[in-house]
Structure formats: C-alpha cells, structure tokens
Design a protein around this ligand. Structure first.
Ligand code: ATP
Ligand code: MG
Length: 437
C-alpha cells in the first residue's frame, strides 16, 4: 500500500486529492445513509463525510459502529463544504481504527458539560484532550522558552543541581523525606544552596528550571506540593537591585516574546497581554505596610510579612496606577542566607518579593557571603549546622558578593492566563490530597 504522511487538520485544504488525517473522533452525526464524523488533533478539527452509496458497505458499517474518542486514521480526497468546520471536508476512501474507546467516557471532551476541577484532574489524560488545555500547556512551554531566551542572551548558564538532598534551605517543617539507601534524605525545597556553591565556583551567572517541593498542608489556589521554579543566581553584585534588574528585564522580554511567539494561543484563550512599559515600582517593606494601613486600614498579623490580603490590596493599589508588577524590598526576619540590611540601606534586609497582579511571584535578594555573619545567623535560627557543613565550606575559600531569585513558573502561567487555580496551569498537580494521577 502507498505510504502517505499524516496531515494536521489545520493544514488540510480543499482540492487536496489524497490526505491522511489522524486523531480522535470528536463528534459523530449519524443520519441514516450519511454519517458525519469530526476528527480532532492537537491543532484543530476536520470533518469526514461518509455516504453509504459512495464509500462501500464495509467502510460504512465500520463508521456506524464507531464510538466517540476512538482514534482513527482516514485517507481520502478533500472537497469544499461551507457547512463543515474550516469550510472543507474529507471524502474518505479508507479508514483505520487505531484504537477503540470504551463507553461511557469518564469525562466529556466535546459538548458543553463543565466538570469541576477535581473530577477533571482525576481524569486528567482525557481532560487534557481539550483544545484549551493543549493551548495552556503550549503557552507554558513558550513561557519557559521566552525566559530562557532572555537569560541565555545575558550569558547565564543553565544548570542542573540535585533534587535529593541532605537538608533543606527553607526550614525543616516543609520537607518531604525520602529513603536514600540506608539514610533519610529530603526532596529539595529550592536549589538555593547549590546555586550559591556555583557562585563560589566562579560560574558567575546561572539559572535552573526544575521542580521544588513543599510539604505544607496547602489549601489555597496558589500553592501545590510540587512546583516548577525558575531559579537565578549571579555574582559580583553591588546589591539586590542588580538582581531585580534582571528579573524585571527578563519578565519584560518574556511578555514581548509571548506576544510574538504565542499569539495563536493567546488569541484562542481570549487573553490580551499588556506589555509593562514602566519601571516596576520598588518600595520598601515599611512603605508597603504604611500604604496598607493608610489606604486600606489593613495591618498584617505577622509584622515581618505581607499576608495574602495585604498582597492583594497592594496589587490593587498599584494596578490602579497601571502597574501590575512591583517589588517590595527589605523584609524583616528573613532566612539565614539573606543579607541583613546594612547601614546605608535603611531596611531590615536585602530580600525582595516581586508581586504580580496581587500575588507573590518571586522572592530573592542579596545573599550573605561573610562567613562570620552566616554562623551567627544560623545559630540565631537554631539550625543544626552539621547538616550544612558542605554549604558553610563554600564561604571559606573565596566567594564574591552574590544574589538571585526563585520565580514560580506555575504561578506565572496561572496569572498570565488569568486562570483561577494554579493547578489548571500544571499538567499533573500534586497537593496534600492528590498524589495521582
Ligand atoms: P508563599 O509565601 O507564597 O507561600 P514562599 O515565599 O514560601 O511563597 P519562596 O520560597 O519565596 O516561596 O519561593 C519562590 C517562588 O516559588 C514563590 O514566589 C512562588 O512563586 C513559588 N512557590 C513557592 N512555594 C510554592 C508552592 N507551594 N506552590 C507553587 N509555587 C510556589
Ligand atoms: Mg517568598
């Protein structure tokens, strides 16, 4: 038999005399002597019309028995048809059923039945067959490309550091233990310590895209137990502003990149991205607290952090000024590895958060590279220094001032696409109640 290559539905044109379309049976309309089926692939849909008196008894019988969501391959010629999707349809010569779908389906793919998120996630492989889902994840793939595009052009080196580690950087309470041969180890909460080691190694500018894990009992629409972090670290910085500059420029580049390279996805998903043509405001933590108190009569319970409501209100405050992105700098009571505020700073620390549309998107800052100060900070936090010997080593033999940030890719995608829940931007999300699929 003659071998012909598969054509995506969107590339099929009327007048083609022999095409092969392959995909899932999206719709079947059986009106007796005529059966219409709509085939769906990742790019779109195409109709094939089977006429009893034209396609032969055997083929006609086969198409009559076909169930929705079966996978088929149809070969035929293409004709114009104003009523068919895309204005053309396949006149089949041949059909091969590659895989039959059982009925009933656990989840509707076509039709207008909207299932709740939890049911959709239970049946995720079917849920992901929807075009909108493909568009979300195709967009997500381009988010990663767009960020990579910026950081590579700035001579950052992509790195891959361990997921399994001896201790955690973000505190013991949120660690997932794993059994590592005969000893207990943990899934990383961030690649923090390794990025810093590479600063001691002279790598200067690095980035890593990888999973991080937090064993918290989250019940929010912005937390998951496993998430993808975009991590950056750079050396020979003056202060945290050098780091914030790259984060800001990277995001601006990304949005321009997406408008150019993901315009199809954005249009189909009904999203219009605004390019941030302003300098991201950089306000001190104390100023943020002042705004919350004066403008909204809101005082966060924890005096060292902005609560969810505080972030939202500040988001509103800046959005009214046309600014969806802004930095808050100088958080008090920060983790041991951040540099505390120095005399000239008039701030508690050199740690910042980037807030986008009222939600934390990234945290970063200048790190402490002076070993005596680090020892003191770890003691004050009551940390078991024996777990961090390999880390403390790096500050003994020459390490430049450095800083970096971690940015949540899942949150970024969720916010850019205006999705309600972070899990909608993750293919197979993990949360305290979901370890499968
Ligand atoms: P939050 O205060 O919002 O819980 P965090 O300050 O604990 O976040 P960081 O340690 O600063 O988080 O991590 C850097 C970034 O990684 C965050 O700004 C966020 O975008 C993302 N991130 C952190 N934890 C999670 C999580 N559990 N689920 C999804 N994304 C997360
Ligand atoms: Mg943070």
């Amino acid at each position: 038999m003659e071998r012909i290559d598969r054509t995506y539905s969107t590339d099929v044109k009327s007048g083609d005399d022999k095409v092969k379309v392959s995909g899932w049976v999206h719709e079947i309309r059986d009106i007796g002597k005529l059966v219409f089926i709509v085939i769906r692939d990742r790019k779109g849909k195409i109709q094939a019309t089977f006429k009893e008196d034209e396609c032969g008894e055997e083929l006609f019988k086969e198409v009559k028995n076909l169930g929705k969501e079966s996978v088929v391959e149809i070969t035929g010629s293409v004709e114009e048809n104003g009523q068919a999707p895309g204005g053309r349809e396949v006149k089949p010569d041949e059909m091969v059923v590659l895989s039959e779908a059982e009925t009933p389906l656990p989840l509707e793919v076509s039709g207008s039945v909207d299932s709740d998120l939890s049911t959709r996630l239970d049946e995720r492989f079917i849920d992901l067959r929807k075009k909108e889902e493909f568009d979300i994840f195709s967009f997500r793939s381009k988010v990663v490309s767009g960020l990579r595009d910026y950081f590579e052009s700035e001579e950052f080196v992509e790195i891959h550091t361990p997921i399994i580690s001896k201790g955690g950087a973000e505190g013991g309470a949120t660690l997932f233990p794993v059994i590592y041969y005969q000893e207990e180890a943990f899934l990383r909460q961030s690649p923090q310590l390794y990025k810093q080691m590479l600063m001691a190694a002279g790598f200067d500018k690095v980035f890593e895209i990888g999973p991080s894990f937090r064993a918290e009992k989250f019940g929010t629409s912005r937390h998951v137990s496993e998430f993808t972090q975009w991590d950056v670290e750079m050396a020979f910085i003056e202060d945290q502003n050098d780091v914030m500059d790259h984060l800001e420029k990277g995001l601006k580049h990304l949005i321009g990149y997406l408008k150019e390279n993901a315009s199809r996805e954005l249009e189909d998903l009904g999203i219009e991205l605004k390019e941030p043509d302003y300098d991201f405001p950089r306000i001190k933590f104390d100023e943020a607290i002042d705004i919350l108190e004066k403008e909204y009569d809101h005082v966060p319970e924890d005096p060292t952090d902005l609560d969810t409501k505080g972030e939202k209100l500040l988001g509103k405050y800046f959005e009214e000024k046309g600014k969806e992105f802004f930095f808050v700098v100088g958080y008090p009571g920060e983790k041991f590895y951040y540099m505390q505020g120095r005399e000239e700073d008039d701030m508690a620390s050199r740690k910042f958060d980037l807030i986008y549309r009222g939600q934390e998107l990234s945290s970063g800052g200048q790190r402490e590279h002076r070993i005596d100060v680090l020892h003191k900070a770890m003691e004050e936090e009551g940390m078991d220094k024996s777990n961090f010997e390999f880390f403390l080593q790096i500050f003994k033999y020459g390490i430049p001032p450095h800083g970096g940030f971690g940015l949540g890719v899942d949150r970024l995608v969720t916010k850019l696409l205006e999705l309600d829940n972070i899990k909608e931007g993750i293919m197979f999300p993990r949360d305290p109640n979901r370890l499968s699929p």
